[in-house]
Design a protein around this ligand. Structure first.
Ligand code: SF4
Length: 454
């Protein structure tokens, strides 16, 4: 399928081929789905909204509800004020959410719709709320859309009463519902009363009850978002995605924060647990120490097969930083590491990991695309690829074992329910990576090396 990709790499500035990212509103929609009884609303044409919903539904295998301002030629010329006014009335009348979270699209950004003033002049029913954020898709990626929507909620809703609410705010970053459940489980072990924002667990992994609900149980409540300013502190996970919301909360309400990498692998999970310990002053319970020990034991047992194996890792910046750290802990060489999100901080963080572990001749690039990534692999192959579904054609063309992780994974089931964070998430990843390498060995080895015991 991609057999004709050439080896010769040419420097490109204005062209992306097979981008490793999607557009801002996808992130805004996913963040809004993590708020209780919230209807995400796409201020633009229906095609944009359909695409954003589709990619989320295909990844989570759940309906991603959202409404659209349904722009036609008229709104494109004269602006979308009347569309959004009608839409908000209809949405509250027909779907009865507690809050509508509006994000813009390329079109409404280009014509310059001023959503802040539209919302100020709107007739919003008592007890209901409308918030917005700007998500122009010609800058950034879905990662920007995610944190822009978080900041939209915070700008409209957060307050400070002057009295601490006794909780620690936790921004989980862009992770799957299964990851949020694991992060919550660890926080509970560490006896930290916490508010996760946003929180897609329960919403994008809603259990089958036989009855469809627009708003499944789950999500951060409006009251919890209002109370973020009264938090004792904030643990912001994902150094790329969470820094701006964390800085906003600090600037607005003086909430101190710890900015940490996504807790993937031993070291980064240790950091999360130490930050929780700082909040609760509780000793780390034996259960967590045992989990850590089991992960380290597994890494040691499998080390003979993973040591010095070359990995090519791609996807969203914080996920990729976490996966790179885990691969280095396994003795692997993260030969190529890319994200499509244009954040140079990503390259600095990954390069710092290369330096820490002393690995040489590895390449890291932000704002990269999968075409160039493929060309690198053609020039110097790797033993395994780790990333989103969009790598599967490369894996097939080059006959490389492929582990799916990150967003989106459109062609496999169950991944959104299983964590990659925490020690237990680390165990799942080490199991997958090691056994993919062993499966390949079994496939290719000579008969005399085809062992029952490895
Ligand atoms: S037009 Fe813009 S907002 Fe709409 S789908 Fe395309 S990139 Fe996304």
């Amino acid at each position: 399928m991609l057999d004709l990709t050439t080896k010769e790499v040419k420097e490109r500035k204005a062209l992306r081929v097979n981008p490793c990212k999607t557009c801002q509103p996808v992130g805004a929609m996913y963040a809004a789905l993590g708020v209780s009884r919230c209807m995400p609303h796409s201020h633009g044409s229906q095609g944009c909204c359909s695409y954003h919903r589709t990619v989320l539904s295909r990844h989570f295998k759940e309906p991603a509800i959202a409404a659209s301002s349904s722009f036609t030629e008229g709104a494109s010329v004269f602006g979308g004020r009347s569309n959004i006014n009608t839409a908000v009335k209809n949405i509250f009348d027909m779907y009865d959410p507690d809050i509508i979270a509006v994000h813009t699209t390329c079109l409404s950004e280009t014509i310059g719709d001023d959503l802040g003033s539209y919302i100020m002049d709107m007739n919003i029913p008592d007890g209901k709320t409308v918030v917005h954020c700007n998500t122009p898709s010609y800058v950034g990626s879905h990662i920007n859309g995610y944190f822009n929507m978080m900041m939209g909620f915070m700008n409209y809703l957060t307050k400070k009463s002057g009295t601490s609410n006794g909780t620690t705010a936790i921004f989980p970053g862009w992770v799957n519902p299964g990851d949020i459940r694991e992060l919550k489980r660890i926080a509970k072990f560490m006896e930290v009363p916490s508010v996760f924002f946003p929180d897609q667990s329960g919403v994008m992994d809603a259990p089958m009850t036989g009855k469809y609900e627009y708003y499944p149980e789950g999500g951060t409540s409006i009251e919890e978002i209002k109370g973020l300013g009264d938090s004792n502190g904030l643990i912001a996970l994902g150094e790329i995605i969470s820094i701006e919301p964390a800085e906003l909360l600090k600037k607005k309400w003086k909430v101190p924060f710890s900015l940490l990498p996504l807790p993937v692998g031993v070291d980064f999970t240790d950091k999360y647990i130490m930050a929780l310990r700082e909040q609760s002053k509780t000793e780390v319970p034996a259960e967590l120490e045992d989990e850590r020990g089991r992960l380290v034991d597994l890494m040691l047992d499998s080390h003979q097969y993973t040591y010095d194996k070359k990995a090519a890792i791609f996807g969203d910046p914080d996920t990729v930083i976490g996966l790179t750290s885990l691969c280095l802990e396994m003795g692997m060489v993260p030969k190529y590491v890319i994200t499509g999100t244009p954040k140079e901080e990503f390259t600095r963080k990954v390069q710092a990991l290369f330096d820490k572990y002393g690995v040489k001749d590895c390449t890291v690039k932000a704002n990269a695309d999968l075409f160039e990534f493929h060309q690198w692999i053609k020039n110097e192959p790797v033993d395994i690829m780790i990333g989103t579904t969009y790598g599967k054609q490369i894996a097939r063309a080059e006959d490389i074992p492929f582990i799916r992780a990150g967003f989106p994974v459109l062609d496999r089931y169950g991944g959104t329910l299983l964590p990659i964070v925490g020690y237990s998430g680390g165990i799942q990843l080490v199991e997958k990576i090691t056994n993919a390498i062993l499966d390949r060995f079994d496939r290719d080895c000579a008969d005399e090396d085809f062992e029952i015991v490895m």
